[in-house]
Design a protein around this ligand. Structure first.
Ligand code: DON
Length: 310
């Protein structure tokens, strides 16, 4: 890292970013997401010592959506081990949109190509220990509480319910994978867990702290506990590089160069190894499902502090 992040005028960055509020659309395929304040903007940086600088995000909380896939992958690796997880889910980027079904049929063997696309993430969620949606989601919540040293993170039940009622494509992916024996267990139960995991609500500092946990090699920032091995943390960050921004991962690697994961809520989490975590948020998305202003702020931060890993 070059320069001092704590000297940055992030409030000015948020003001500048407002010029982009005329671009992109709030996700509408999950009806409840359309109701969020569309003009909210936030940025936070938490270093591995736990020091924080942030600006904006007056709307306070938002759901993790696909960012939860990184946390679920970490927990599935702890629960089942690497060999089992990667016998059911691949390690390759798809170049397709996050909800695409096409490669499930055309890939041989017929397993999802990676844990960041919806098919792979649903398979990963099915691997988390627990015999009901409640027990699985409670384990995911408790894992996040330990990471953050904060037990306030909870499911936004309204968003979860809204997604559960309309998740026809995710149901299709699950049934397809059940037929192919990628998953076993009850489809509705897995979907219930998954929609709740995606609906976990955080604020911008909690998002950056989550990123800092992976940047810190799986050691929690508040307690210094090695919750995840460095190797598993590295696996998570590698998927963030290759698949974290879906079919925009290549462009993001060139322009920003930080392991990152986006969610359709408009949040993006970044992890800079040995340095810290980044959270950016603004609900309007580009055509590939990534936050327009989130991308702008990430690129600006990366260039200003020379954070690209490449
Ligand atoms: O499964 C879904 O469609 C959502 N719960 C999450 C998708 C998502 O966040 C994609 N990210 N950009």
């Amino acid at each position: 890292m070059k320069g001092n992040v704590y000297e940055l005028q992030l409030e000015d960055w948020v003001q500048e970013a407002k010029a982009l509020l005329n671009q992109g659309e709030v996700a509408s395929y999950i009806p409840a997401l359309q109701k969020v304040p569309a003009n909210c903007i936030g940025i936070s940086f938490v270093d591995i010592e736990g020091r924080t600088i942030h600006a904006g995000a007056e709307c306070q909380t938002f759901t993790l959506q696909s960012i939860s896939k990184v946390v679920a992958l970490a927990l599935a690796l702890l629960d089942q081990g690497e060999e089992y997880v990667f016998s059911k889910v691949g390690m390759e980027p798809t170049g397709d949109p996050f909800h695409s079904i096409i490669k499930l049929e055309t890939s041989k063997p017929s397993i999802p190509l990676n844990p960041m696309i919806n098919a792979g993430a649903l398979a990963v969620t099915s691997m988390i220990k627990g015999n009901s949606a409640d027990s699985k989601i409670n384990r995911i919540k408790s894992f996040i509480h330990q990471i953050l040293g904060d037990d306030t993170v909870d499911v936004n039940e309204g968003v979860a319910q809204s997604e559960f009622e309309t998740a026809f494509l995710n149901r299709s992916l699950l049934y397809f994978m059940k037929q192919g024996k990628v998953i076993d267990g009850d489809v509705e139960m897995i979907l219930d867990t998954y929609t709740k995991q995606c609906s976990l609500e955080v604020n911008i500092d909690q998002l950056a702290l989550l990123g800092a946990f992976f940047a810190n090699g799986g050691k929690t920032i508040p307690s210094g506990k090695q919750l995840l091995s460095e190797h598993y943390a590295q696996i998570c960050k590698t998927f963030m590089v290759t698949c974290g921004m879906y079919d925009a991962s290549g462009e993001f690697a060139i322009k920003v160069g930080i392991p990152a994961k986006s969610g359709v809520s408009g949040a993006i989490m970044g992890s800079v190894k040995g340095v810290g975590g980044i959270g950016v948020y603004s609900p309007r998305l580009n055509k590939k499902g990534n936050s327009v202003i989130g991308l702008y702020l990430m690129e600006k931060l990366s260039k200003r502090l020379d954070l690209s890993i490449f």
